[in-house]
Design a protein around this ligand. Structure first.
Ligand SMILES: Nc1nc2c(ncn2[C@@H]2O[C@H](COP(=O)(O)OP(=O)(O)O)[C@@H](O)[C@H]2O)c(=O)[nH]1
Ligand SMILES: [Mg+2]
Length: 408
């Protein structure tokens, strides 16, 4: 039997409760936890209403407040690690994590992950279509880092390495709960670290596709993503030099499906408000750092104050800059954080203006193309010895899979 965990912070209590109820209603689930960032009003409301839900569904629904576990900013990582530690202690067979702000969560998420776990995969990741201007940290920071650091493995091919929707079996839970790398990562870097750590466990990893996409809170100006950007970048930097999954690691995925039409039209952030961010003042320390950037990029950045001239930051130049960041970025240093944020904004605006405007399908093909290119540049484009497993086939009749899986 399985446990479902929702970390939550500032979502409306009704949304968290609706998701708890959806999870509790699933026959595969025997317990549900919500892990609050802190005690307070929302936590209190969720706790009060969860008692009734628990009675309705005849299953325990627990509301926990996250513990201080890690070494970095206390945030989502502490929430997930709180649940991982307790789940390991209790020997939970399978643990699902879902973001609490999903507005279209339904039983197909849980069922899809359970099916893959029934077939022997120790780790299941959900993936889903996203707006072409969403996932800008994934596309510009995390996937390029995985391509650069682990070319030729399945890591760069993962659609959503920052996704918070995963299933872990007991072996994975125990291994993560015992990992210093994971426990220390208390901030937004947790998703990167979980993705990496689960990829090298040798337990098999499957990507389950959610056709309808994930509907959740989107953004105003990209300033809202500043902490997430610098923390995800730092987490990516921390993977340099570590061993990747083996070339014949057991990996499978559902084929992608066409994105829903409304998602193709969604603009995930406020472009005009974001352009203004490039006008932020430069400190003398940041100016000095910018002078270390390759070529004349520092000078161009200093001139670029309104986002209208960001096109110079194309995919090739970004590979260079991204490498510079992976080698040198220093979390907690205001000058580095400001410079990394400015560089990323410039890249995101360049892509938004020059590619995203060409329509969803072209934009997504372009983004995928950049990752393949980066992987090639890093020197590892050999085909994966992994199968494309069509889980569209009736799940209960799926044959057992022996490993390693040969390409079809
Ligand atoms: N327990 C806990 N949950 C958090 C914290 N920060 C974010 N979350 C949850 O993590 C999930 C993902 O956060 P969200 O802001 O939606 O990130 P995004 O989808 O990547 O933009 C949501 O369910 C948040 O409530 C935190 O400090 N503690
Ligand atoms: Mg969200």
């Amino acid at each position: 039997m399985s446990l479902v965990v929702f970390p939550f912070k500032s979502e409306p209590a009704e949304l968290v409760l609706a998701n708890l109820a959806m999870a509790a209603a699933n026959p595969a689930i025997d317990e549900v936890w919500a892990v609050a960032s802190e005690a307070g009003k929302v936590e209190h409301e969720v706790r009060a209403a969860s008692r009734e839900l628990s009675i309705t569904h005849g299953k325990p629904i627990e509301v926990l407040v996250q513990q201080r576990i890690g070494k970095l900013r206390p945030a989502k990582g502490d929430g997930m690690n709180t649940a991982l530690a307790l789940a390991a202690e209790q020997g939970r067979d399978r643990v699902h994590f879902y973001d609490a702000d999903i507005t279209n969560f339904d039983s197909s998420w849980i069922d899809g992950a359970e099916r893959a776990a029934d077939r022997g995969f120790g780790v299941v990741r959900h993936r889903f279509p996203r707006a072409s201007t969403d996932a800008m940290i994934t596309w510009m920071v995390t996937r390029p880092a995985l391509a650069r650091l682990f070319p030729g493995t399945f890591l760069p091919r993962l659609d959503q390495p920052l996704g918070g929707e995963i299933l872990l079996d007991l072996r994975a839970v125990e291994s993560l709960a015992g990992s210093e790398l994971v426990r220390n990562r208390s901030d937004w870097g947790i998703d990167t670290i979980l993705t990496y750590s689960t990829s090298v466990m040798g337990l098999g990893l499957y990507e389950h596709h959610v056709r309808d996409g994930k509907r959740h809170a989107l953004y105003g100006s990209l300033d809202e993503l500043r902490d997430m950007l610098v923390e995800c970048l730092d987490a990516a930097c921390s993977l340099a030099g570590r061993p990747g999954p083996s070339a014949d690691a057991w990996y499978g995925n559902d084929p992608p499906s066409p994105a829903p039409e409304d998602l193709k039209r969604t603009v995930a952030y406020d472009i005009d408000a974001t352009k203004h961010l490039l006008g932020a003042d430069w400190s003398p320390e940041e100016t000095r750092l910018a002078e270390r950037l390759p070529g004349d990029i520092g000078a161009r950045l200093l001139e670029s104050t309104n986002g209208s001239d960001s096109s110079f930051m194309d995919a090739d130049l970004w590979y260079l800059i991204h490498g510079f960041l992976i080698e040198n970025f220093t979390l907690g240093d205001p000058a580095w954080e400001s410079l990394a944020f400015r560089l990323w904004l410039t890249r995101v605006l360049a892509y938004t203006t020059d590619q995203a405007s060409a329509g969803f399908d072209a934009a997504m093909a372009y983004l995928e193309g950049t990752i393949s290119e980066y992987e090639k540049m890093a020197g590892g484009s050999q085909p994966l010895r992994a199968a494309r497993i069509l889980s569209a086939a009736p799940a209960s009749d799926d044959p057992p899979i022996s490993r390693p899986v040969e390409p079809p």
